[in-house]
Design a protein around this ligand. Sequence first.
Ligand SMILES: Cc1cc2nc3c(=O)[nH]c(=O)nc-3n(C[C@H](O)[C@H](O)[C@H](O)COP(=O)(O)O)c2cc1C
Length: 209
Amino acid sequence: MPTILRLDSSPRGNSSHSRAIADEIEHELISNNEGWSVIRRNLSNQNIDSISQETIEGFFAPKESLPLNLKKATALSDELIAELEEAETLIISAPIYNFSIPSSLKAWIDQIVRVNETFAFDGESFSGLAKTKRAILALSYGAAGYTQGGELSDMNFFEPYLVSLLKFIGINEIEVFRIEGTSILDSEQLELAKTELYLQINKILRGGN
Ligand SMILES: Cc1cc2nc3c(=O)[nH]c(=O)nc-3n(C[C@H](O)[C@H](O)[C@H](O)COP(=O)(O)O)c2cc1C
């Protein structure tokens, strides 16, 4: 039965807008697809290790003959890549932080983007190797104007980065659900924006795979 890997990166627990959007996405997928299971990782409290010099050495050394220290240094990467490979759908929830992604999510990315595992380079060009079929992003922005040519578009190193990175590792089917202006909308406007977004989620994901 297909597996969903869900990664949450906001530290704000139940108050998080991006997690609430991911909850809706997860609920929609689970209720339309009997038997699907979900693996959840709360990246914000898991302290995924930053890659070290030995991790990088291990990434580029032949896997069959890795010395023990490099095996240890790449063990978390092995585990996270195996988890990703098992997933037919990846859900990532994230807030924009300082125009980019939260560092906990970046730490996960640094562990899973690995030559000959999730991407290949043949001397001329790159190709993605990830087996995960699709990714669904649940994103929240404090300000507005980051998308559709808005005045902050040039500062958006968040959504375009995530989308490009996922495509780089070979996940080409990507759906993005976002809420903008969480810091400026009043509670009524926020509720309205979320209701509209949830309708969009229901419409796009309902009855689909
Ligand atoms: C450390 C930090 C940095 C932030 N940087 C930005 C930013 O660059 N642009 C922006 O629009 N909002 C920024 N925000 C606001 C959050 O992106 C916004 O509140 C978002 O809705 C939080 O998502 P969450 O509710 O899932 O935690 C920042 C918030 C924090 C705490």
